[in-house]
Design a protein around this ligand. Structure first.
Ligand code: PLP
Length: 391
């Protein structure tokens, strides 16, 4: 395959060698805990890394290797490593790279679980964590003061705020900080943070990469050296992905480009339609010209993603009334699936936070996060129209 092949060609063909033993187009799942060797010397050469191969599946497995190589290629990275969940990927990355006395900078609008790592967990290990307003100026100022690791999300969950990834990566480089970007919302189809200057990209593969709501996973990609450090931590804490989950993700990745193109187009159409609805007081979607950072989004993204959020003038009471009336949206805590999913941050992205913390994080009570599936967009709009009718 040419190095210049497009993302869908890579998704379909990369790491998909015809199986030599069976001629199967889809490689068999390497379903095992350990790998057997004919003698101790061969076994030891593999164990010591002198020969390629696998020893024990907590450390590595041919099926997870394929997934890691595929996501790395989609993000333009030389290396990757995979995890049981997105949070396993994020927490393992942060704990692998940070030490007591280091200073980490992040933003208030990061995914609720990531936010809690910075506010509750990392400080217990002597890491100085600064959680800034989700604005370029605030992040840049905190980084300039002192920073060892900058952790960003763009677009953010759930209010789809946009940060200037090139500008902030550059600011971090000035002070020698490592930049980690959660690219879950954008996916590698819409945005490649490494090309904008980030050092590592993390994904909750549970979301768009998996896309079918039947698997949990996380992936970290970046340079050989940084991924090796994360991998060394992962193999000891045991947060590596199982081969069966990796196989489901490999299957899902083949349709990633198709799904994201459809979800981008439908989300833009729905966001535009919602903007003119009288029951809706605000619509948040980076693809709308009314989004305060639309110009930054347009410069760093190829599409604006499948997630939007909108506010009802009637607050949480309105959310309670409208959501059960949606026929085609599941009320659930996931996003990025082929099915449309809707919910308030109080039960989805920010369920772990108290009411007060949600207010401080700037999350309005009347907000609905709406993750657009691959259904026909006219049906989704008709469904929203019927549900919003009595709001
Ligand atoms: N990052 C983002 C942006 C998310 O939305 C989520 C989950 O909702 C996560 C990370 C955590 O991923 P997981 O649920 O796979 O642990």
């Amino acid at each position: 395959m040419s190095d210049h092949s497009g993302p869908s060609t890579r998704s379909v063909h990369l790491t998909e060698e015809v199986d030599a033993a069976t001629r199967s187009i889809v490689p068999p799942i390497a379903a095992n805990s350990a790998f057997a060797y004919p003698d101790v010397d061969t076994w030891r050469d593999v164990a010591l890394g002198r020969e390629p191969g696998h020893i024990y599946a907590r450390n590595s497995n041919p099926t997870t290797d394929r997934l890691e190589a595929k996501v790395a290629a989609l993000e333009g990275a030389p290396a990757g490593t995979s995890f049981t969940t997105g949070m396993a990927a994020i927490s393992s990355t942060l704990l692998a790279l940070l030490s007591p006395g280091d200073r980490a900078v992040s933003v208030k609008d990061a995914y609720g679980g990531s936010y809690l790592l910075f506010t509750d967990i990392l400080p217990r290990f002597g890491i100085d964590c600064v959680v800034c307003d989700t604005e370029d100026d605030a992040v840049e100022a905190a980084v300039a003061e002192r920073c060892d690791l900058l952790y960003l999300e763009s677009p953010t969950n759930p209010t789809v705020k946009v940060l200037d990834l090139a500008r902030l990566s550059n600011a971090a480089r000035q002070v020698g900080a490592t930049v980690v970007v959660d690219n879950t919302f954008a996916t590698p189809i819409n945005q490649n943070p490494l090309a904008l200057g980030a050092d590592l990209v993390v994904h909750s593969a549970t979301k768009f990469l998996g896309g079918h709501g039947d698997v949990l996973g996380g992936v970290v990609v970046g340079s050989d050296e940084l991924v090796e450090r994360v991998y060394r931590f992962r193999e000891i804490v045991g947060t590596g992905l199982d081969a069966h989950a990796a196989a489901l993700l490999l299957r899902s990745l083949k349709t990633l480009g198709l799904r994201i193109e459809r979800q981008n187009a439908s989300a833009l159409a729905i966001a535009t339609w919602l903007e003119s609805h009288e029951a809706v007081s605000a619509v948040h979607y980076p693809g709308l010209a009314s989004h305060p950072r639309h110009d930054v989004a347009a410069s760093q993204m190829r599409g604006f993603g499948g997630v939007l959020a909108f506010e009802l003038g009637t607050g949480f009471e309105g959310v309670r009334a409208v959501l059960p009336r949606l026929r085609y949206a599941y009320l659930a805590a996931n996003l990025g699936q082929v099915e449309t999913i809707a919910g308030p941050p109080a039960t989805t992205s920010h369920v772990e936070l108290t009411d007060q913390e949600r207010v401080e994080a700037g999350i309005p009570e009347g907000l609905i996060r709406y993750s657009v599936g691959i259904e026909d967009v006219d049906d989704l709009i008709a469904d929203l129209e019927a549900a919003l009718g009595g709001a």
